[in-house]
Design a protein around this ligand. Structure first.
Ligand code: SF4
Length: 284
């Protein structure tokens, strides 16, 4: 719970307070209970999960916690968010690679492709460091699904700095991106920063980024077509098709028996759009 980072645009540290970590045995007990009740897709949540355990009287960092939880017997997948790039470590990536129950998905917000803007945001990493993390991660887990958050139009962002954000998404090629047009939060330092770029320019940049990312997401989804992926069926849409999630968290619309809901199935992917995959349950 909470956050110590004080990014200059964010209200969270003021409203949620400083970081606190639950004891590992308490998290494990809760997970065991969820697994006993039949839950199969479990997400560890925190403002900055990567700083778990820091300053605590127990010796367990986030990678240790993930490893311990993945050893709990049962049929489940473990997810987590949100990871802060300044605290994401090789140890975390190695743990993700080695633990079968940890989903091969990382949400790693970059926020801007410009090191100057990142400094103004008080993010604690540079563009180069972020890109080196992505390289390390992909070297360990080539199939990783990578998603992120980005802010367009942070106060003082120049057109050239926005172009650095565009170039970063071309380099990384995220599976999906949560894009935000900057809007000031009351009481944060960013609210008082000079902001000369006209709103129209920010909106045009935002649309450009969105459009390009949609193309990349579509292209990345096409690679699933023809493949068979294990996914957890979690419901049924209004069109009667089942909804499911791959290990990497991709949404799949499936033709299949509603009796499959709550079970793992193999799905043959026949079609893909920007936002979702489509396919059939492979019997047996
Ligand atoms: Fe903390 Fe995230 Fe807010 Fe930064 S953006 S202050 S890391 S909660």
């Amino acid at each position: 719970y909470g956050c110590n980072n004080f990014c200059t645009y964010c209200i969270v540290p003021y409203v949620r307070g400083r970081e606190r970590s639950r004891r590992p045995e308490a998290v494990r007990a809760e997970l065991e209970e969820l697994v006993r009740q039949g839950y199969k897709d479990i997400t560890l949540l925190g403002q900055n999960v990567n700083s778990y355990g820091r300053g605590c009287d127990f010796d367990c960092d986030f990678a240790d916690l993930l490893r311990m939880l993945s050893q709990v017997p049962g049929d489940f997948v473990l997810r987590f968010m949100t990871s802060h790039p300044k605290d994401a470590s090789e140890k975390l990536f190695a743990t993700m690679a080695e633990c079968d129950k940890v989903a091969k998905h990382l949400h790693l917000p970059f926020q801007s492709g410009s090191s100057r803007v990142l400094q103004a945001m008080h993010r604690g990493y540079t563009r180069e460091h972020y890109l080196s993390l992505v390289d390390e991660l992909r070297a360990r887990i080539p199939e990783i699904v990578l998603t992120s958050d980005v802010i367009v139009g942070f106060p003082g962002e120049t057109q050239e700095e926005f172009e650095q954000t565009m170039s970063l998404i071309e380099t990384v090629r995220y599976d999906a991106l949560f894009t935000f047009l900057f809007s000031p939060r009351r009481g944060t330092p960013a609210e008082r920063m000079p902001d000369p770029m006209p709103k129209e320019q920010k909106s045009a940049n935002f649309q450009r980024l969105l459009q390009r990312q949609n193309e990349i997401s579509w292209e990345k989804h096409q690679r699933y077509v023809g493949g068979i992926y294990r996914c957890l069926v979690d419901g049924q849409g209004t069109d009667g098709r089942l909804t499911a999630r791959t290990d990497g968290g991709r949404l799949v619309h499936l033709a299949g028996d509603p009796g499959c809901i709550g079970t793992w199935q193999n799905a043959r992917i026949t079609e893909a759009s920007t936002w979702a995959l489509f396919g059939d349950v492979v019997e047996g």
